[in-house]
Design a protein around this ligand. Sequence first.
Ligand SMILES: [Zn+2]
Length: 89
Amino acid sequence: MLDYECCICKDTVSAVSSAVSLDPCALILVSNIDQPREGQKEQQFFCHFECFRRLVNNDGIMYIMELDAATIGEIERDEENWSEDEGRA
Ligand SMILES: [Zn+2]
């Protein structure tokens, strides 16, 4: 199985997820955020969640850490349900 290198501490990020960890994490850097989407560039990096949290948030709490923070799948299902409800109205 492939492991990733953390772009912050340069150590290995295990490719094995666990229920108690948010690792492995990817960071997506978007260039020219003030420009229209079609003119932007993106590059993906990998990191430990904990390294990123310390770097950007000074040991505070990030909502992604909360156990009930919605997954992308849950958000998409909510949006689908919302648009189905709209269609019925
Ligand atoms: Zn790290």
